[in-house]
Design a protein around this ligand. Structure first.
Ligand SMILES: C[S@@+](CC[C@H](N)C(=O)[O-])C[C@H]1O[C@@H](n2cnc3c(N)ncnc32)[C@H](O)[C@@H]1O
Length: 269
């Protein structure tokens, strides 16, 4: 059911993701390339590529990028982006992150950015990423995380647990295909349990413009006040995490902050 919802939500709003600032211009794109240091001869798989921005960030540096996604309309946006940028080494593939249609040990790098919070089974996504990587290959993840002691210090475990539930509810009202943004510690445990070694991780806060955030998913007008009220009335731990307030990068209109985990892991050789 949730995968059907993903295809409905993203199929209907695919074009908005080609131009969405956080997706097209987010700081984590350049940071990923800087951290991964891709090789010229690398075969790269970008999982849940959306409009293809992560694949396109790597395309000039590698031999081939397969930009894959569950939603066919998204892959049409990828084709547009690759044509615009003249990246003839970028191709598209329909693929479910939890059941990848690729051979074992066929990629040097697997990337996935701002998407796993939609996947019903993160352990399966990680084991599929591990399987298709060559020994010594790199796994590069970026995803929005939920509040925990690392992102939101000074609150009790119970307050942070409630804040994480409320944050995920906030996202789900805006986008019914949202599954769950994990807290950092859960990500790290799952990545290590899959068999990866985890040489690097960092957090990157990102400023969100409320109006653009609701527009990208075409949120019904009657739902917008409910989302605003959730920001206004958030408990202290959630307020400390989302930091709602005027966004200096968007004419001081309402904004909030999200936190991206960037993790770079390696499949042992
Ligand atoms: C926010 S967009 C991704 C953004 C993109 N990675 C970027 O860096 O700009 C989320 C994407 O995840 C895809 N998606 C969600 N669940 C999926 C799954 N199980 N397998 C593959 N793609 C999935 C959606 O179709 C959508 O295109």
């Amino acid at each position: 059911m949730s995968k059907t919802l993903v295809q409905q939500q993203f199929g209907a709003n695919a074009a908005a993701y080609l131009t969405s600032t956080v997706h097209a211009k987010g700081a984590s794109l350049a940071r990923l390339v800087e951290l991964v240091k891709p090789g010229k001869d690398w075969q790269v798989l970008d999982i849940a590529t959306g409009a293809g921005h992560t694949g396109a960030a790597f395309a000039p540096h590698v031999a081939r990028v397969v930009a894959s996604d569950l939603t066919p309309e998204m892959l049409e946006q990828v084709k547009k982006l690759a044509a615009e940028k003249g990246y003839s080494n970028m191709e598209t593939a329909i693929a479910d992150a939890e059941n990848l249609p690729f051979s074992d040990a066929s990629f040097d790098l697997v990337t996935c950015r701002i998407a796993p919070h939609h996947f019903p089974n993160i352990a399966l996504f990680l084991s599929e990423s591990f399987r298709v990587l060559k020994p010594g290959g790199t796994f590069a993840l970026v995803d929005n995380v939920s509040p925990d002691p690392e992102t939101t210090p000074g609150f009790s475990k119970a307050e942070l647990r409630d804040a994480a539930v409320a944050y995920n509810a906030f996202e789900k009202i805006r986008d019914p295909s949202h599954g769950r943004a994990l807290p950092t510690a859960e990500w790290l445990e799952l990545i290590i349990d899959t068999g990866f070694v985890l040489p690097h991780r960092e957090h990157a806060p990102k400023a969100m413009d409320f109006a653009s955030w609701v527009k990208t998913m075409n949120v019904p007008a009657e739902t917008v006040p409910r989302l605003k009220a959730m920001l206004d009335e958030a408990a202290p731990a959630l307020k400390a995490f989302l930091k709602p307030g005027p966004n200096p990068n968007a004419d001081n209109k309402l904004g909030f902050t999200l936190d991206e985990l960037i993790a770079i892991a390696v499949k042992p050789a």
